[in-house]
Design a protein around this ligand. Structure first.
Ligand code: C5P
Length: 235
């Protein structure tokens, strides 16, 4: 089965501070998005990458892809994104040609995911899981709170889930294509990851080991870490 990767890259990246859309900011001199595209194309199973660009930035993203060396065995398509991550992913799915039975969804904001993690996700889908997430145990204990009405106010703690049973979920998440398309057609409401939509269909999602270098670049400190990881790889 051939695999396609959809990369939602249409977010503004407000938490990273002012500047260009997050996916277009440089990491080691190369836009974060290009790193993410290369990370997907590094898997020999991936024959198509669909980049979901900022709504006004599709032409810019197309020229970026053309300007950087990318594997020739992979096709690259660019489509404009939407108002939410969910909408952006759906627009990416709409652009998929027939013939790709496995779909990965990968955040542009996770530029450094190693190819072994990508391959492990694909492998688990091939073995029959309708949805697969890379996941890591948590370092921090997690509390559920009653969110404050105003910023900075103390928040009552409601519960402490057992840490050993919790996982932080990364991308790429992998799917049987038909399952993911159905989830995006039928599930509404706020979701922060695609696998969560498949759970709402009542299907089983499985977790495989994630990787610490697949962390999401969200805040300024994450950029410092990402630069350090890149520098170490280039040694
Ligand atoms: O905001 P968050 O960090 O969860 O975004 C995850 C990914 O979703 C990022 O790669 C971002 O560019 C993408 N996104 C998108 N369209 C939006 C919002 C976010 O493609 N409207």
């Amino acid at each position: 089965a051939r695999t396609a990767a959809v990369i939602p890259a249409a977010g503004r990246g407000v938490r990273l501070g002012p500047g260009a859309p997050k996916a277009l900011r440089a990491l080691g001199g190369t836009p974060m998005l290009i790193h993410a595209v290369r990370a997907m194309a590094a898997s020999r199973a991936v024959s198509l990458v669909v980049v979901v660009a900022p709504p006004e930035g599709a032409a810019e993203v197309r020229s970026l892809l053309d300007a950087h060396a990318l594997p020739e065995r992979t096709d690259f398509v660019v489509v404009p994104g939407g108002q939410s991550r969910q909408e952006s992913v759906r627009l990416g799915l709409d652009a998929l040609p027939p013939g790709h039975d496995i779909v990965l969804v990968h955040d542009a904001a996770r530029p450094l995911v190693p190819v072994d993690t990508v391959d492990a996700v694909i492998e688990a889908v091939r073995e029959g899981a309708p949805a697969v997430v890379p996941a890591l145990p948590l370092a921090d204990t997690v509390k559920q709170v009653e969110p404050a009405r105003a910023p900075g106010e103390p928040e009552p703690v409601v519960a402490t889930p057992e840490r050993a049973r919790l996982r932080a979920v990364q991308t790429p998440q992998g799917f049987d294509r038909e399952t993911l398309v159905r989830a995006h057609r039928t599930v509404t409401g706020d979701v922060t990851d695609d696998a969560g939509m498949v759970e709402q269909l009542g299907l089983t999602v499985v977790a495989v080991p994630g990787h610490e270098e697949a962390f999401k670049v969200t805040r300024p400190l994450d950029l410092v870490l990402a630069e350090a990881v890149l520098a170490r790889r280039r040694l």
